[in-house]
Design a protein around this ligand. Structure first.
Ligand SMILES: Nc1ncnc2c1ncn2[C@@H]1O[C@H](COP(=O)(O)OP(=O)(O)OP(=O)(O)O)[C@@H](O)[C@H]1O
Ligand SMILES: Nc1ncnc2c1ncn2[C@@H]1O[C@H](COP(=O)(O)OP(=O)(O)OP(=O)(O)O)[C@@H](O)[C@H]1O
Ligand SMILES: [Mg+2]
Ligand SMILES: [Mg+2]
Lengths: 256, 256
């Protein structure tokens, strides 16, 4: 029975999409059955996978407005074991209407929990804010991964997400857990690294993944080639780190 | 009569807040009368300025729900010539209610246009998405600055914003202009730099600011000290770049 993991934190550009896409791909490489779901209206997962609009039959929002079934929007990908539901939105005006639809906060939970027997993991990429679709994702998920960078704003954002998780646990998902905090874009031996490490270790040390994702331009280079870094160049240090993260995650299954 | 400039692009972590705060401060250092307005519910401008919640009498959302006047939420800062309206939100549940309030899309325009005789520039920091408050900011603004990084996703985001601007011009702000595209976190001589430069120069070369903001850890270091980088360390290359950006902007006044 599959585990649903949301990748979320209310801060922009900290590697949520990079983590969702590369973790999902790494797990698929390890022969787990994976569903990647993009609930960010900006549709960045499609870009990360090199999937253009014309190849897309429908997205999660079509399921939200009951115009398509989940089967109709679940796409095979060129990655064995990995399926994908994009967040295709035809125009920004759809976004207005559909953010109203997403106010049925438990709809995503019902949709995805009907799918968990088909997958080992369902990974949800969230937008950089708390309300709306992120709330739906947190209500749907078994656990959440928080990617953060070594920056002051990430620390506040993590705190806000933890407060939001408390609200979520009292409003429909009492079993939601923290899968872990993932340090991304990591650089050691900078002034900022020292400042951030001080705060991080103080507040969150018990929840940090052992795996740390290093700053590695290959991760960005891959996006220009429309492929996850772990496929574009599996030996780059950023790719190796995501493969290690998948290992760390899978190790936890063995403890049940 | 003041010029209202929105700092916006629907991509996270590209330096919107860093640009809004450091540009506003640089203009204030140049003795322009400045109002900085934060419309991102995450309240990052307050963090950038080192202003904590207890020092805040109210924010832009209190004006949106008619519980405070704009005078009551306009704060002096420790920066001469610069005033500040924070985006203080007491709890994320306020965020739900207040994103409904912000659906009165022209409200921010009416509020800020009543203030333009008090300032040379009003700078608005926007969240990393198009709808809601960014739409209100674009309806309010004379022009928009788009900060982008050398990354694939920034290019798509810029395209989406340009499409949105066309919609804005037909729905209440026909005079909205592009102030410019600002390249941030710039690093030369990387593989990614070459890839991004190719696309950027192809699509947007005529709209790029001459000023480019280099990757400079001082800009992040300053946030741990609750000060804009241009005050924290005016000679760091990132700070110098923002002072130059202010110069480039002010030069344009002389052409009227
Ligand atoms: N470890 C890394 N090293 C170098 N670049 C990285 C790394 N991780 C991510 N990036 C790049 O940083 C940029 C931001 O990452 P990403 O888009 O995944 O963040 P995000 O949190 O999903 O952003 P948003 O808030 O906009 O959704 C991307 O261009 C990505 O390729
Ligand atoms: N030129 C730069 N060099 C180094 N670090 C930078 C630079 N510009 C910004 N930063 C840092 O990068 C991080 C992201 O910047 P910032 O928060 O301003 O982006 P943003 O677009 O406002 O993000 P969001 O989408 O979350 O609102 C911050 O920690 C900031 O200090
Ligand atoms: Mg993303
Ligand atoms: Mg910001």
């Amino acid at each position: 029975m599959g585990k649903i993991i949301a990748v979320a934190v209310p801060k922009g550009g900290v590697g949520k999409t990079t983590t969702a896409v590369n973790l999902a791909t790494s797990l698929a490489i390890a022969e787990k059955h994976i569903l990647l779901v993009d609930v960010d209206p900006m549709g960045t997962c499609s870009q990360a996978l090199g999937i253009s609009d014309k190849d897309v039959k429908g997205g999660i929002f079509d399921v939200f407005n009951f115009s398509k079934s989940i089967e109709q929007v679940t796409h095979n990908t060129y990655i064995p074991n990995m399926k994908f539901i994009p967040s295709r939105l035809k125009a920004y005006l759809d976004e207005e209407r559909l953010s109203k639809l997403a106010e049925n906060k438990l709809l995503l939970r019902n949709i995805l929990r009907s799918e968990i027997f088909n997958y080992d993991y369902i990974i949800i990429d969230c937008p950089p804010y708390l309300r709306g679709l992120t709330t739906s994702a947190l209500l749907a998920a078994d656990s959440v991964i928080l990617p953060i960078r070594q920056e002051f704003y990430s620390l506040t954002a993590a705190t806000k997400l933890f407060e939001h998780i408390e609200w979520i646990k009292q409003h429909g998902n009492s079993l939601l857990q923290i899968e872990g905090i993932l340090l991304t874009m990591y650089e050691s031996r900078t002034k900022v690294s020292t400042l951030a490490q001080g705060e991080l270790l103080k507040q969150y040390s018990s929840q940090l993944f052992k795996t740390v994702i290093p700053q590695n331009t290959t991760l960005t280079e891959a996006t220009f080639n429309g492929k996850p870094a772990v496929l574009f160049n599996a030996t780059a240090k950023g790719s190796v780190a995501y493969l290690q993260l998948a290992e760390e995650l899978m190790q936890r299954e063995n403890h049940f």
